[in-house]
Design a protein around this ligand. Structure first.
Ligand SMILES: [Zn+2]
Length: 270
């Protein structure tokens, strides 16, 4: 089980899955069951470009997976609200909501599943250009995102921390569930603005952000395997806070809901 909407740790698990079983095998067949998930090329064109080739490399940037083909092109996968990358054997039952199915010569089958169909597969010439064109900020786990780069990115921001962390043009990879987790671990109120925090609070936030994402990857992004002190398995209103006696509250963020503990995540002054 992944968290509801794929974020950096989930997509990193998809990447590892792809790297372990999807590379350097001949692509035998491509079945586009839901043409609208394929963007910028027609389903037939996608098939033509993939069949007979092989994937050479799997990279992740933020919530995107890029898989490189032998001819230098890349397939970009975005998982939207409910997408997953599944790898089975060809003789296994096809996973539910499979939108695009790729059969490999060694008997494995890659399925891009997506219940709600928000999320796309595209072909791009270069992942770096694509990241630039999409206006994404640095990947949340990129080595170039140092504590001081993080401080520069955040210290003047007026919006609430929750929205700032989820803004892919500032930092790429964090969504609703992990922004809740990071703020819970950092004991910061979701509506607090980064501009109201001092340097040391921002540097703690940075350290916790990286740690939460790494721990989530180590737990295979599976809520059941996350550390016991994590909020994610308790994201429902009225749940007991895993740290204090308080109870978790739900609040609106745009069209979604976030969760926090009002007793341990209080507003701070600089
Ligand atoms: Zn609490």
């Amino acid at each position: 089980m992944m968290t509801a909407m794929p974020e950096l740790p989930d997509v990193e698990i998809f990447r590892r899955r792809f790297a372990a079983k999807g590379l350097r095998r001949l692509i035998d067949a491509v079945d586009v069951r839901t043409p609208r998930v394929v963007a910028k090329v027609s389903p037939n064109e996608l098939k033509r470009r993939l069949i007979g080739g092989e994937f050479k490399e799997a990279r992740r940037y933020g919530k995107r997976l890029y898989v490189g083909l032998q001819d230098g092109e890349w397939m970009s996968l975005h998982f939207g609200l409910s997408g997953e990358l599944k790898i089975n054997k060809r003789e296994d039952e096809v996973p539910g909501f499979a939108r695009v199915i790729i059969d490999l010569s060694d008997g494995h089958r890659l399925s891009y599943t997506n219940r709600r169909m928000i999320g796309r597969i595209e072909l791009v010439r270069d992942p770096r250009d694509d990241v630039r064109a999409k206006g994404l900020g640095p990947d949340a786990l990129d080595s170039k995102l140092t504590a001081s780069a993080f401080y520069q990115l955040l210290h003047n921001r007026k919006g609430g921390l929750k929205n700032v962390l989820m803004d892919q043009s500032i930092i790429a990879g964090i969504g609703n569930a992990y922004s809740d987790e990071i703020l819970f671990q950092a004991r910061l109120h979701p509506a607090q603005s980064p501009a109201e925090l001092n340097k040391s609070a921002l540097s703690t936030l940075y350290r916790i952000l990286r740690q939460v994402l790494r721990q989530a990857i180590a737990a295979h992004a599976d809520p059941a395997r996350l550390p016991r002190h994590f909020l994610i398995p308790h994201r429902r209103s009225g749940a007991k806070c895993p740290r204090c006696d308080g109870s978790i509250e739900r609040y609106r963020v745009g069209e979604r809901h976030g969760y926090f503990c009002p007793s341990c995540q209080r507003q701070r002054t600089k």
